[in-house]
Ligand binder design. Structure first.
Ligand code: ADP
Length: 321
């Protein structure tokens, strides 16, 4: 799922990404320099010497272009690393917000394990042990421990610091996984989720953890937006579908909506209308969706809630083409 083993430290001096170009530049420089020395020593035509100097300058120029290319590449990589780190911080912050819900999610199966363990012992301690009931208790213990294990694995994957890694994925599966993490959070905010996942025909090339981060951000924002409305109006719609070679996800809420003058700014880094907001969630969502060659946008009408959507290209496989 992720690639934690990849080292991120880079040496200060690096080999040019175009080694052939560099080698050619050096060879031209060397042969021209030799030409100049021979020319000036034998006092032949000055024009030939100037011509050689010109070639030498061209070669140096060619080489310096390489240096610029390496520099630009280093800057780009540094920016990418910084974005990955920021995305990680934001992911951990979102998980922090979900901590109570996640603890509750894990506590539930643990409680079942404890009570089923006690029941199993009772069935076995009877004068005539009831093996059928004991077996059922054991099944409950096994199911509940796998459930607890699933939740902790998902949280561990989300909190792990790793370089993005795109694989063939199903958006519906990613959404399902994510919903299991926020399920209790929605219940805590008294929000009824309405889920309609219909993108099963479209596979995508995606970093699962990053897309989960986008969906969690959108859902947490929707929860915040619906805090202000009456409980009976707190419905969260999460829908997926396939359209025109894209899979689309929509997270729509019934919150207060976004005023028209604010809507164009919501994806801008550090833009926030919240007292304790960082204003980074949506800008990170946009970088992640850009990284996946997709697009993300929002629609809203004041008083009628907001909808955040993203679309990602459907993977064209050899079977589908
Ligand atoms: P933060 O949540 O820290 O403010 P975000 O980048 O996630 O940062 O959101 C930026 C702003 O976009 C929010 O402060 C809010 O004004 C607006 N916003 C985002 N999602 C919603 C939503 N579902 N409903 C209303 N406003 C929203």
């Amino acid at each position: 799922m992720c690639n934690p083993g990849k080292k991120t430290s880079r040496p200060l001096i690096r080999v040019s990404p175009k080694p052939l170009q560099s080698v050619l530049a050096w060879l031209v420089s060397l042969s021209v320099a030799c030409g100049i020395i021979i020319d000036t020593r034998t006092e032949t035509d000055l024009a030939t010497t100037l011509f050689c100097i010109m070639l030498l300058l061209m070669a140096i120029n060619l080489f310096s272009i390489n240096v610029v290319i390496v520099g630009a590449k280093q800057t780009e990589e540094a920016l990418f690393r910084a974005q990955t780190q920021l995305a990680h911080v934001n992911r951990v912050t979102s998980l922090g917000e979900l901590a109570a819900s996640i603890a509750h999610e894990v506590n539930q199966p643990l409680a079942v394990i404890t009570s089923s363990g006690a029941a199993c012992r009772n069935w076995l301690s009877r004068p005539v042990p009831d093996l059928d009931e004991a077996r059922k208790s054991l099944d409950r213990i096994i199911n509940s421990s796998s459930r607890a294990n699933e939740i902790t694995s998902r949280v561990r994957a989300l909190s792990r610091k790793c370089d993005p890694l795109r694989q063939t994925e199903s958006l519906d599966d990613i959404v399902r996984d994510t919903l299991s993490l926020v399920r209790h959070e929605l219940a805590h905010h008294k929000i009824s989720p309405k889920i309609d996942l219909a993108a099963f025909t479209g596979q995508i090339s995606a970093d699962r953890v990053q897309l989960q981060q986008v969906i969690i951000n959108l859902i947490i924002n929707a929860c915040h937006a619906m805090n202000a409305v009456q409980v009976c109006e707190r419905t969260l719609y999460v829908r997926t579908w396939v359209k025109d070679s894209e899979v689309v996800l929509e997270v729509a809420d019934q919150g207060s909506g976004i005023p028209a003058n604010i809507l164009p700014h919501v994806f801008t880094p550090f833009f926030t209308t919240k007292e304790n907001g960082l204003g980074l969630g949506l800008s990170i969502c946009r970088s992640i969706i850009d990284f996946h060659d997709g697009r993300i946008w929002a629609t809203s009408a004041t008083g009628k809630g907001s909808a955040f959507l993203f679309a990602l290209p459907v993977l064209v496989t050899s079977e589908s083409s």
